[in-house]
Design a protein around this ligand. Structure first.
Ligand SMILES: Nc1ncnc2c1ncn2[C@@H]1O[C@H](COP(=O)(O)OP(=O)(O)OP(=O)(O)O)[C@@H](O)[C@H]1O
Ligand code: SF4
Ligand SMILES: [Mg+2]
Length: 323
């Protein structure tokens, strides 16, 4: 049984009784210990679909269809109290900007220990020992002294390490990391991602790694879901997607970011146009206004998601036809 199983999940925003779909029927699984990346430009539905897993959707947002099963239990039918326990113990989240997640007027120690005491039922003394161990594990030196300090005493990279320590406090089975390194400079980004993937390996923790940068994914994730306009348009093993993207949007993403495995003299090519706006009426394939391979059918008929792909003209086929 997969650890997490999402089936045909749709989420809409409701304004003045008008519903607009933000996530349009996505399905995927995550196994124990696996790192799965969710990749896509801004607005593709990465955060909304992940907040639905956590039971933390904003009040105007509703799950319209589908199920989200964690260890076989549907999270969408759990009570608020049950979800609160699941969030503390089984699934935790690391957000992009640690300053908004940490409380500025409480010291770091009390914020880590609170999570440990609440979720593991340890005494204050035991919680302190675990907090020190966690800070050491995430690479914060002089951990005992650091516990007494406040968030503003820490650099951006160090605050993100603290957030990871809090996320790990109850030894969760799944961590959802939503753009955990976007606010950091490139060297620190690599350090934090290395740290997170090592921790997942050592603890057998699964991770959903959300990013808009397909360039960094291959190094950390085993599988990738590429999202566009609220749908998964391509899913597959990271190395296959890198070697031979089948969806034009995946190809566009790969051409628009620097890659570790690519000659630096190859110029980057951003995808033309803007990401799909959920409030705009777009018929057929939502990528068609930007797709260099679009044919008339793409404007009238949305492609089904089959065999890990939603495209009428997968790339190997268009390449063949072009010959
Ligand atoms: N509370 C909300 N009310 C209305 N629309 C929302 C709300 N939250 C998200 N949206 C819209 O839903 C769409 C998907 O948003 P989401 O935050 O999931 O994007 P994302 O893929 O995480 O993008 P980013 O890379 O910018 O974080 C966007 O168009 C966004 O504007
Ligand atoms: S269905 Fe058509 S428009 Fe959409 S990605 Fe495929 S080729 Fe491009
Ligand atoms: Mg987001």
């Amino acid at each position: 049984m997969p650890l997490l199983e999402i089936d045909n999940l749709s989420v809409s925003v409701v304004h003045d009784a008008i519903e607009t779909p933000l996530v349009r029927g996505i399905s995927y699984e995550v196994s124990t210990g696996e790192i799965l990346a969710l990749v896509g430009e801004s607005g593709s539905g990465k955060s909304v679909s992940s907040l639905a897993i956590m039971g933390l959707l904003a009040s105007a947002l509703r799950v319209k269809h589908g199920s989200i099963k964690f260890e076989g239990h549907d999270l969408l039918v759990q009570s608020d109290e049950q979800m609160r326990q699941i969030r503390g113990r089984d699934i935790s989240m690391v957000f992009q900007e640690p300053m908004t997640s940490l409380n500025p007027v409480r010291n770091i120690g009390s914020q880590i220990m609170e999570s440990i005491e609440e979720n593991l039922g340890l005494t204050r003394k035991q919680a302190k020992t675990r907090a020190i161990d966690l800070l050491k594990e995430v690479g914060v030196a002089d951990a005992e002294r650091r516990l007494k300090q406040y968030p503003h005493h820490f650099s951006g990279g160090m605050r993100q390490r603290v957030m990871i320590a809090i996320a790990l406090a109850a030894d969760p089975k799944l961590i959802i990391a939503d753009e955990p390194t976007t606010a950091l400079d490139v060297t620190i980004q690599a350090q934090i991602l290395d740290l997170m993937s090592r921790i997942c390996r050592e603890h057998g923790t699964a991770m959903i790694l959300i990013t808009h940068n397909l360039g960094i994914v291959a190094r950390y994730a085993q599988r990738v879901n590429v999202m566009y306009g609220g749908r998964i348009v391509e899913a597959g093993r990271a190395r296959d997607l890198y070697a031979a993207p089948r969806h034009p949007y995946t190809e566009g993403l790969l051409q628009s970011v620097p890659r570790l495995d690519q000659d630096r003299s190859i110029p980057l090519r951003p995808i033309q146009g803007s990401p799909a706006d959920p409030f705009a009426e777009i018929s057929g394939c939502r990528f068609h206004p930007r797709c260099p391979y679009a044919e008339p059918i793409c404007r009238s008929k949305a492609p089904e998601f089959e065999g890990g792909l939603a495209c009428h003209f997968p790339l190997s086929q268009s390449a063949k036809e072009a010959v």
